[in-house]
Design a protein around this ligand. Structure first.
Ligand code: B3K
Ligand code: ZN
Length: 868
């Protein structure tokens, strides 16, 4: 490595020396040598008149100040420094970039036949030299010039204000964005597309043109994205009172994209995975994912764009809040319980695992080498939990008052997480002093609860202790302000009113100390407590429930989430004890009472089908792994499989009855139909492990009229390693090999294939016509699934899996470091495995560390892991 990458610290933030109030951009687009002319109005803000501009991988063509060639500048690593400048001036910089060779997909690049950009977090500096930091807000005017036949559509932010033709077959379009924005929200797209058009009338009566650009021939896959966009616009007006602020909103779907999507002002660029869907190509999960991501990017228009982040350490200001908003959107439109369950699974699984890894960081990180490494589950999902806790503490009405105040104070500016909390506090009068620690403290708190019933005094008490262990980034932890949502039940299943000091009290207990006791009065019988309802805080709950109490809660808890959670806790008890049994060579056992509890769920006529499906879904291998300080990969896999097989065979009649009774559900994208399909398909995933499995699965595959049922059958065949697996996989590949996006589902099944020869098959799958390591979706589907969803094969004691991962990461280090850096996460967690595996995983990290061109992204993670 040429220079050791340097870390930046949150505490070192200083406001910019200069600002740029407006920028005029001209892009003369060519595959290998695009010329970018940037004319900016610059203003000095501090004493120092040296202007440092960020720039990477740029060829500087010319630099003028106030229309005169400027020679007083120095080229530095990562930018240029200009000196001797006047206080206010016009700066013109001409640079040349090479979009065709840009495989990192950051800055200006080619995706298939189209030009597109990705500037967050620090990609604009790959387009021109600039103050590429979110607290510099400028108005943008952008002229895009390109060949008319190849690129009939030329797009950028804001409103289209002029267009024209040039000689030599080229044409141009001029865009003007009136809203000042930081460079990371800049976007440009040029290409040939099919366009789906619609309009939206805002609540104040303004007409907004909606345009979704997709690859030619894909128009029939765009309507769901359009419906989702219109629903998002309506929902934001109704729930948050927020209206759209430009005359046009454009979404472009591209095939080469590092993330899900990007909220560029007025011109979202999307990974095609989160736009394209029809019933033949997309599963229900895809449909719901599209709704959520379209919503998320749209909601950023206020939380992110109108109020942006002062610096990148504040990323959760926009991301945590916007994830909270998209979760609420999905919950208001669909099943609140199912949405909550899925979000909680992410926190308890991969987010808790991140907290326990060398990458652990608070939702507002303190130290960053490569910002792209911090678009994490912690910043996004835990960040959203932190917003949700404030929502729980304040209630919807006061929370919305807080939002209003936040916009009154900060609209059009770059703000901090502290600004947000202060607005919530000031609007509600709720003291969030101690609560602020959630922003600075990393790790997962463990909340242990002990209960005591005093029949003479008729009191019930809960003694709550909290403890957060030291994490890789932070030794000392303090007690947090934890909202603990509880309910108590009498034996007849009725909730008991919570009373303290002679009056009724709220269900939300404010836990603030290391240890404290909450006493409830007038409790006439020993109750069953429902604790951490709705997962009211991102913590690990420890409470010694009996099996009877958990089966009681599965039936009587007054909210669906708690019923699901009780089922999970019951399963967890036996998964743990059976892992222990496997390790000590004793029999795996599942008590009949547990099986009966799940039978009761299957037979319930009050639970909604989608919820039954969630209750029947076992925790993932990854989630179970998180329960242990040392992970026994094989024992966990053995127990999860045995649990599934045992439930399948004992509950075969009930599962089969459900499966057949739901056979004729009409295919619609309603939440009700989605719920029924998910119940039917989870039943199939169990039945696959019974004698009838093979014929049932094969039959479903060949009779399916939609992708949800197709993939469910293939996935059941894959997991249960059924004889028909090969046949189904071959049929699918022959049918879809021309379509990479649809093939991603097939690649993911190859990656997670538990077969003995899985790795060999994966290696040969890399030669499939639809596969390319240059495409992040393909790479994540095949390689990402192997690393994250194929625990037994990836962690094979031979070390083959690790070595394969190391080789791929090494290759991606040069072409696409962001994708490489996402793939490496499982290797960073080497300390959680036995000595042999640790050594093998470490060897791969050491090999990567020794590369002389190691990208910043990997440098940061590899070093953290090896130093930990
Ligand atoms: N803000 C973008 C993510 C950008 C990722 C940069 N590596 C998408 C989103 O969160 O909405
Ligand atoms: Zn976002």
């Amino acid at each position: 490595m040429a220079h050791t990458p340097q870390a930046k610290y949150r505490k070192d933030y200083t406001s910019p020396s200069h600002t740029i109030t407006s920028i005029d951009l001209v892009f003369d687009l060519y595959d290998h040598n695009t010329v970018v002319t940037a004319r900016s109005k610059v203003k000095q803000l501090k004493q120092d008149n040296v202007l440092y501009l960020d720039g990477e991988q740029l060829k500087l063509v010319s630099l003028d100040v106030n229309n005169e060639k400027w020679t007083r500048f120095e080229q530095l690593e990562g930018g240029i420094a200009l000196s001797g400048l006047p206080e206010e001036f016009e700066l013109e910089i001409v640079t040349e970039v090479n979009p065709e060779n840009n495989l990192a997909l950051e800055g200006l690049y080619k995706s298939g036949g189209a030009f597109c950009t990705q500037c967050e977090a620090e990609g604009f500096r790959r387009i021109t030299y600039y103050l590429d930091r979110p607290d510099v807000l400028a108005t943008y005017s952008t002229k895009v010039i390109a060949d008319k036949a190849t690129y009939p559509f030329l797009l950028s932010n804001g409103n289209r204000i002029a267009e024209g033709e040039l000689d030599n077959g080229r044409h141009w379009v001029q865009w003007q964005d009136p809203h000042p924005k930081p460079a990371y929200l800049f976007a440009l797209v040029a290409g040939d597309f099919d366009v789906l058009r619609d309009t939206f009338i805002t609540k104040s009566g303004r007409k907004v043109d909606l345009e979704i650009f997709v690859d030619k021939g894909n128009l029939d896959r765009a309507p769901h994205a359009m419906t989702s966009l219109i629903n998002s616009m309506k929902w934001d007006e109704e729930r948050f009172g927020l209206e759209y602020d430009l005359d046009i909103y454009m979404i472009v779907a591209v095939d080469f994209f590092n993330m899900g999507a990007m909220e560029n002002k007025g011109l979202n660029v999307f990974n095609s995975k989160f736009v394209l869907a029809n019933e033949q190509t997309a599963t229900d999960t895809d449909y719901l994912g599209i709704e959520a991501v379209i919503g998320h990017e749209y909601f950023h228009n206020w939380t992110g764009n109108r109020v942006t982040c002062r610096d990148w350490f504040q990323l959760s200001l926009k991301e945590g809040l916007t994830v909270f908003r998209d979760q609420e959107f999905s919950s208001d439109l669909g099943s609140r319980a199912v949405n909550r369950i899925n979000n909680v699974r992410i926190i308890r699984g991969p987010q808790f695992a991140e907290d326990a890894s060398p990458m652990s960081h608070p939702i507002r990180p303190e130290k960053v080498i490569e910002m792209n490494n911090f678009y994490t589950l912690t910043v996004y999902e835990k960040g959203s939990e932190v917003i949700r806790m404030m929502h729980t503490l304040l209630g919807e009405k006061a929370f919305q008052k807080g939002m209003k105040l936040y916009f009154e104070r900060h609209d059009g500016t770059a703000a901090t997480c502290e600004d947000f909390v202060a607005a919530m506090e000031d609007a509600s009068g709720v003291d969030l002093g101690q609560f602020r620690l959630w922003y600075s403290q990393s790790g997962t708190p463990i909340v242990s609860i002990k209960s005591d019933y005093d029949s003479t005094e008729q009191t019930y008490s809960l003694t709550v202790s909290q403890h957060t262990s030291a994490t890789h980034d932070q030794q000392n932890k303090q007690p947090l302000h934890i909202p603990l949502d509880i309910e108590l039940y009498a034996a007849n299943g009725q909730p008991i009113e919570l009373r303290s000091n002679g009056k009724g009290i709220d269900n939300i207990l404010n836990v603030t100390k290391d240890k404290e006791t909450f006493v409830f009065e007038d409790v006439s019988e020993k109750p069953v407590p429902s604790l951490l309802r709705e997962f009211s805080a991102p913590v690990i709950l420890e409470y010694d429930y009996s099996d009877e109490e958990l089966t009681f809660l599965m039936v009587h808890a007054s909210n669906d989430f708690s019923r699901w959670d009780a089922g999970q806790m019951l399963l967890a008890k036996y998964i743990r004890s059976n892992v222990n049994a496997v390790q000590t060579g004793t029999e795996i056992e599942l008590p009949m009472s547990l099986i009966d509890a799940f039978r009761g769920v299957l037979l319930s006529d009050t639970l909604e089908p989608a919820l039954i499906a969630e209750i029947m879904a076992l925790p993932s291998h990854n989630e179970v792994s998180g329960w242990y300080s040392q992970i026994d990969v094989d024992a966990i896999a053995t127990v999860l499989k045995a649990t599934k097989v045992r439930l399948a065979n004992t509950l075969e009649d009930e599962l089969s009855a459900i499966y057949h009774s739901l056979k004729d559900v009409d295919y619609t994208i309603s939440h009700e139909a989605i719920g029924k399909r998910s119940l039917r398909n989870i039943a199939l995933s169990y039945l696959a492990h019974t004698e009838l499995g093979n014929s049932l699965v094969e039959k479903q595959y060949f009779s399916a009229n939609n992708m949800t049922d197709t993939i469910a059958s293939m996935s059941a065949a894959n997991n249960a390693q059924l004889d028909c697996r090969e046949k189904l996989m071959t049929d699918y590949s022959e049918k879809w090999q021309h379509d990479g996006l649809v093939m991603d589902k097939w690649f993911a099944l190859q990656g997670s294939n538990p077969a003995e020869n899985a790795l060999e098959v994966i290696k040969s799958t890399m030669d499939h016509t639809a596969f390319s390591l240059k495409n992040p979706n393909r790479t994540r589907s095949l390689i990402g699934s192997f690393l994250n969803m194929n625990p037994v094969k990836f962690h094979s004691i031979t070390g083959d899996g690790y070595q394969f991962a190391g080789e791929i990461i090494k290759e991606l280090n040069t072409s696409n470091p962001q994708v490489a850096s996402r793939l490496i996460d499982p290797l960073l967690k080497f300390r959680k495995y036995d000595d042999t595996r640790q050594a093998l995983m470490k060897r791969e990290l050491e090999r990567l560390k020794s590369l002389d061109n190691l990208a910043k992204d990997l440098f940061e993670k590899v070093n953290k892991a090896l130093d930990s």
